[in-house]
Design a protein around this ligand. Structure first.
Ligand code: SF4
Length: 324
C-alpha cells in the first residue's frame, strides 16, 4: 500500500511564511483566483489531484502559512483593477482540514476577503466549517460553499478518504448552512469508475443532498495521472473490484507506465455516467450547476482611508485644525 496515502499517523504541523497568497488558478474550463492558507492536507484522499511529486509529505506534514491573512490584506490593498473575480478557498488543500482548528488561518483570510467585498467559493470535505457558519451567513449574498462528497458508503469513504468525517456528519453540517440561507452545493467529484459510479451509490448521495435542502449539485469523473493511478490500484485491490486494474486500463485507454499528464475516462462511458447523474439531480428538483449570482465584484477599499490635507494638518500640527 502506498506510504503516501493511507496510514493512521496524525500529520505533523509546521509554519512557514509566504510572499504571495492570492494567485491565478485554472482547472479544466475554469479560470479564476485562489488562496491556499495551508500546504498539504490531512484528509488523505487517494485520488487527490494536489499531491505534487515535489511534496511527497503532502499528507503527513501540513504547513500553515502563518502570515497568510496579512499578505492577503496587503495584496488586496494593492489590487490594481477596480473589480475582482470570485476567489476559491482553497484549490490545492482543504482550508477546513483539522489544522484550521489549531491555526485559524482560513477564518482570518475569509474575514479579509469580506473586508474587501471579494466574492468567494469554499470547497471542503469538512464539518469544521460549522465553526464559521455565522461568518459565512452574514456574507451569504457573496459566497458559495461547496462540499465535495464522493460516497455515502462508509466502507468506500473510510478507505478512499480516510481523514474526512463520515458523510452523515457532513450532511448534518450542510443542513445547518442551508437552513441559515447560505447558498451551498455538493460536488460529487471525483466519480470513481467501478467504485462510486453505480446508480445505487449516486442515488444515495443525491437523495442526501435533497434531504439537506441543497439546490446545487454537480459532479465530474476521476482523471488519472501517474501518482493517482498508483493509489487507485491499491483502492481497487482493497475493495476487491473484480479485474479492476484491467478494467481501468480499458476505460481510460492506457497501458503502463502511465504518463504524468492527466488521462480522461472514455468519452462515451463518462457521458453516460454524467448524463445519468444530471437526470437524477433534475428529477429531484435541484440544479446541476453553479449559482448564477457569483461573479466579479467591485473591490471595496473604503476602509483603507486616505490622507487628506485636513488629516495631514491634524497629524503634523500641535494646534487644533479649525474648519472655517
Ligand atoms: S481534501 Fe482535497 S486537497 Fe485534501 S487530500 Fe482530499 S482531495 Fe486532496
Amino acid at each position: 500500500m502506498s506510504e503516501l496515502w493511507y496510514n493512521d499517523k496524525a500529520p505533523m504541523f509546521e509554519t512557514k511564511t509566504s510572499k504571495s497568497i492570492i494567485h491565478p488558478f485554472a482547472v479544466k474550463n475554469y479560470n479564476g483566483l485562489a488562496i491556499n492558507p495551508y500546504q498539504g492536507c490531512g484528509h488523505r484522499c487517494a485520488y487527490c489531484y494536489a499531491t505534487y511529486e515535489w511534496s511527497p509529505e503532502f499528507y503527513d506534514k501540513i504547513y500553515a502559512k502563518s502570515n497568510a491573512p496579512e499578505v492577503l490584506d496587503r495584496q488586496l490593498a494593492a489590487w490594481k483593477a477596480t473589480t475582482i473575480d470570485p476567489v476559491m478557498v482553497a484549490s490545492a488543500t482543504d482550508a477546513y482540514q483539522p489544522a484550521e482548528l489549531r491555526f485559524g488561518l482560513t477564518r482570518r483570510c475569509v474575514e479579509v476577503l469580506q473586508k474587501y467585498n471579494v466574492p468567494y467559493y469554499v470547497f471542503t470535505k469538512s464539518a469544521i466549517i460549522e465553526r464559521d457558519l455565522e461568518l459565512h451567513k452574514k456574507y451569504r449574498h457573496n459566497c458559495f460553499i461547496v462540499w465535495s462528497i464522493t460516497a455515502r458508503s462508509e466502507k468506500i469513504r473510510r478507505l478512499v478518504e480516510p481523514g474526512t468525517p463520515p458523510a452523515e456528519r457532513i450532511f448534518t453540517t450542510i443542513k445547518k448552512f442551508t437552513d441559515a440561507g447560505v447558498c451551498s452545493g455538493v460536488n460529487i467529484d471525483p466519480i470513481m469508475p467501478l467504485v462510486t459510479d453505480s446508480d445505487s451509490e449516486l442515488d444515495l448521495v443525491v437523495d442526501a443532498c435533497k434531504a439537506a435542502g441543497l439546490c446545487h449539485v454537480f459532479g465530474a469523473m476521476l482523471r488519472m495521472r501517474t501518482d493517482i493511478w498508483e493509489r487507485m490500484k491499491a483502492v481497487l485491490t482493497l475493495l476487491e473490484v473484480p479485474d479492476g486494474v484491467n478494467e481501468y486500463k480499458r476505460l481510460y485507454h492506457f497501458e503502463e507506465p502511465l504518463s504524468s499528464n492527466y488521462v480522461s475516462a472514455d468519452k462515451r462511458y463518462a457521458k453516460r455516467v454524467l448524463d445519468g447523474l444530471e437526470q437524477k439531480i433534475k428529477n429531484r428538483g435541484m440544479l446541476c450547476d453553479f449559482p448564477d449570482f457569483m461573479g466579479p465584484r467591485q473591490i471595496d477599499k473604503s476602509h483603507l482611508g486616505q490622507t487628506t490635507i485636513m488629516s495631514y494638518l491634524a497629524q503634523t500640527s500641535d494646534q487644533p485644525v479649525l474648519l472655517s
